[in-house]
Design a binder for this molecule. Structure first.
Ligand code: NAD
Ligand code: UDP
Length: 310
């Protein structure tokens, strides 16, 4: 049994990870400031004596004794990370320093939840880990993208300078139960709109693409990455390489929910990446991992979840 810190543990990805780690017999410390996460996401875990909730903002240092750290604390949807952009950058940069300092003190392994957004609006397609990206440093997405890029730099500098056992995964768009109903991400927005027979809000013409992975595949990849020996730090892309246009996603969700919703077209937000698809050769080779859950199956599970909560 290990004692494992999950920052951002009350968020969408974080609560799934906490559940899986508890199931595997570990002790879990869930740290969150509830900026986008919610106590409701982990309510059923609060009675478990191997689960501990720490209300804390990772921008501030904290001393904890742990064996492993998964650093997930950061708002992830464009709407939530643009709400207080300074806090977003501070969370990624100071948060990285603070978890790395814990790792240094306890000799713990530490995994950073990085993102496909570090590639910006990519000029290389599909994206491989050696692509250095195309980010508008002064745009409205930069608080997230540049914060995450700087966190990657800090992780590698702590490795080189202090010999910390680090891992970096670059997560591509992930969806599933426990997504926040109102954080503005496309899958949750479209499912909620479709279930309520409201207009489906397509930004731009809907020709932009994304590759969507189901949450269970991501959680498996996170745990496998953490288990790798010290020599493997990544960064490694984690995503489902099957690419869809946003228009395709809207039509699919209308069909799966049997909805009478109509499509409406709204302005495309600034710097919205036109295409995104992971190359996952490295994950296949180093982690012996690839996603198993296809979009229709994952969407059905996610739709069932939203049917229960709205
Ligand atoms: P989320 O918004 O649901 O979860 C983030 C969690 O971090 C929330 O519980 C929030 O309250 C917490 N948090 C935010 N700022 C904090 C702070 N300063 N101190 C402590 N806690 C804080 O988002 P998510 O989808 O679960 O994303 C989790 C992580 O994975 C994020 O780091 C995100 O950048 C990364 N990621 C997610 C995706 C995705 O598609 N879901 C894709 C790429 C990367
Ligand atoms: N999007 C959309 N309608 C919505 C929400 C999002 O058309 O109601 C688009 C958005 O412009 C982007 C894509 O869907 O092109 C994915 O958006 P999301 O916020 O889920 O993730 P990200 O942009 O970070 O990949």
């Amino acid at each position: 049994m290990s004692r494992i810190l999950v920052t951002g543990g009350a968020g969408f990805v974080g609560n799934h990870l906490c559940r899986k780690l508890l199931k595997e017999g570990h002790e879990v410390l869930c740290l969150d400031n509830f900026f986008t996460g919610s106590k409701n996401n982990i309510l059923d875990l609060l009675g478990n004596s191997y689960f501990e909730l720490i209300r804390h903002d990772i921008q501030t240092p904290i001393l904890l004794e742990v064996d492993e750290i998964y650093n997930l604390a950061c708002p992830a949807s464009p709407e939530s990370y643009q709400y207080d952009p300074v806090a977003t950058t501070r969370t990624s940069v100071l948060g990285a320093i603070n978890v790395l300092d814990i790792a240094k003190k306890c000799n713990a392994k530490v995994l950073q939840a990085s993102t496909s957004e570090i590639y910006g609006d990519p000029k290389v397609h599909p994206q491989t880990e050696d692509y250095r990206g195309n980010v508008n440093t002064i745009g409205i997405r930069a608080c997230y993208d540049e914060g995450k890029r700087c966190a990657e730099t800090l992780f590698f500098d702590y490795k080189r300078q202090y010999d910390i056992n680090i891992k970096i995964i670059r997560i591509f768009n992930t969806y599933g139960p426990y997504m926040s109903i109102n954080d503005g991400r496309v899958i949750s927005n479209f499912i909620v709109q479709a279930l309520q027979n409201k207009d489906i809000t397509i930004y731009g013409e809907g020709n932009q693409t994304r590759s969507f992975q189901y949450i269970d595949d991501l959680i498996d990849a996170m745990i496998i990455t953490m288990s790798k020996d010290k020599e493997f730090s990544g960064p490694v892309n984690i995503g489902n390489p099957i690419e869809f246009s946003i228009l395709d996603i809207a039509k699919k969700i209308i069909k799966l929910t049997n909805s009478s919703s109509k499509l409406i077209f709204l302005p495309l937000p600034a710097d919205d990446p036109t295409q995104r698809q992971p190359n996952i050769d490295l994950a296949k080779k180093e982690l012996n991992w690839e996603p198993k859950i296809m979009l229709d199956d994952g969407l059905k599970k996610t739709i069932d979840y939203f049917k229960r909560i709205i």
